[in-house]
Design a protein. Structure first.
Ligand code: SF4
Ligand code: SF4
Length: 377
């Protein structure tokens, strides 16, 4: 296992982190807790969870494991998270921290995230006087929290804007071998600022393991595309910890082996993947965000197009897309939308700026049909 300093915090963290969002929910909490103990025995010392993960059982599962890991408390690091939209006062933020501490059976959360910042107004809400950040600062002074960090889906320039204010010790960002050309600016900026950089979603939400044949170009000699995708994040010098959502011991073994081997992608490998992604995945939205300001109706085009990516990549039918849309409305990329797909007036402004030249208007029509079905039950 590789261990690195988490920014300037003094914490030495493992290159592979345990992501607590993919437990097997058919198992008991006690059975799932054993997976955390196993991960610790393999050298993993960074454990990431949040309220609501795995039908809101993840923190409880962690709590069972933490009780058993108490003797080694100083040797591992635990995270949790709170969203500023939900905990919009200092008092509510503190109550959220106290609730997580209780569930986790801990006296301190080492890294607490201002969670899921998708827009600048959400960041501003967290930082307002008497808001979440102020509550977290007080928790930090009292030792309930070790470090305040941020988790965000913002584009690079806005991440730079936030980091310039020097309010956070680290950052959690979604990045993987398929989307890195469009996410790297934020990663590099955080690394250059001397922060801890934690990567989530290294397997693109399961898309990479499910499409090994189409993604064969990712793999080097004697490895699968999934192993290559893990290796890409785990061995990147700019990334401090790569979170992997573990379900089985075998997955832990694979990720730890890759960390032991520590073979970074060469510049030639990176260029090969970059070229292949941009040449052969032209029908996919890359999340570049160039369309963000183009829409007079304030439709979150990129978010809708990212959901549509799954239809293209996984060849999903209408029934499966309805389930995807429901998930994204309840919890995912569409939860904070300002306008629905059906508000499109077909002005064409987004298609004029789309770097991938996607037929956005046609796709929005399909999406609007799914949204109508959802609304009509
Ligand atoms: S075509 Fe539709 S989605 Fe695109 S900018 Fe115009 S109104 Fe917005
Ligand atoms: S400009 Fe095109 S590729 Fe970029 S985010 Fe918007 S829809 Fe996606």
């Amino acid at each position: 296992m590789i261990y690195t300093n988490y920014g300037r915090t003094g914490a030495k963290v493992s290159a592979v982190g345990f992501g607590g969002m993919r437990f097997d929910e058919s198992k008991s909490n006690e059975e799932n807790a054993e997976l955390l103990l196993y991960a610790q025995s393999k050298g993993i010392n960074y454990f990431d969870t949040a309220p609501t993960y795995c039908s809101d059982t993840s923190e409880d599962i962690f709590g069972i494991a933490m009780k058993q890991m108490r003797d080694t408390r100083d040797a591992y690091h635990v995270t949790s998270k709170g969203m500023p939209v939900e905990f919009n006062t200092a008092d509510k933020a503190r109550k959220a921290v106290e609730k997580s501490l209780k569930r986790l059976n801990l006296e301190r959360i080492d890294f607490y995230h201002v969670w899921c910042i998708r827009r600048m107004d959400q960041y501003e809400l967290a930082m307002k006087k008497g808001g979440q950040y102020q509550g977290l600062m007080k928790c930090k002074k009292e030792g309930l929290i070790g470090n305040i960090v941020i988790s965000t889906h913002l584009p690079g320039p806005q991440i730079k804007q936030i980091l310039a204010k020097d309010e956070f010790e680290g950052i959690l960002l979604g990045v993987n071998v398929l989307n890195f050309p469009y996410r790297w600016e934020g990663i590099q900026a955080a690394h250059d600022a001397g922060l801890g950089v934690v990567a989530m979603n290294p397997l693109s939400g399961g898309l990479i393991p499910q499409h090994q044949d189409q993604l064969a170009f990712l793999a080097g000699p004697n490895e699968t595309p999934t192993e290559a995708a893990l290796r890409f994040c785990i061995s990147a010098p700019q990334i401090t910890v790569t979170l992997v959502g573990f379900t089985t011991r075998e997955q832990i073994d694979t990720a730890c082996r890759i960390a032991d081997e520590a073979r970074p992608f060469s510049d030639a490998d990176i260029e090969r993947v970059r070229t292949h992604v941009s040449e052969n995945m032209n029908a996919l939205c890359t999340g570049c965000g160039y369309c963000l300001k183009s829409c007079p109706q304030n439709i979150p085009i990129a978010n809708y197009m990212q959901v549509y990516n799954e239809k293209l990549f996984l060849n999903l039918d209408d029934k499966a897309m309805l389930a995807k849309m429901k998930f994204n409305h309840d919890w995912g990329l569409l939860v904070d939308r300002c306008a629905d797909s059906g508000y499109c007036v077909e002005c064409g402004a987004c298609e004029n700026v789309c770097t991938q030249h996607l037929n956005i208007m046609e796709r929005l029509k399909e999406i609007a049909a799914w949204e109508n079905t959802l609304m009509c039950g």
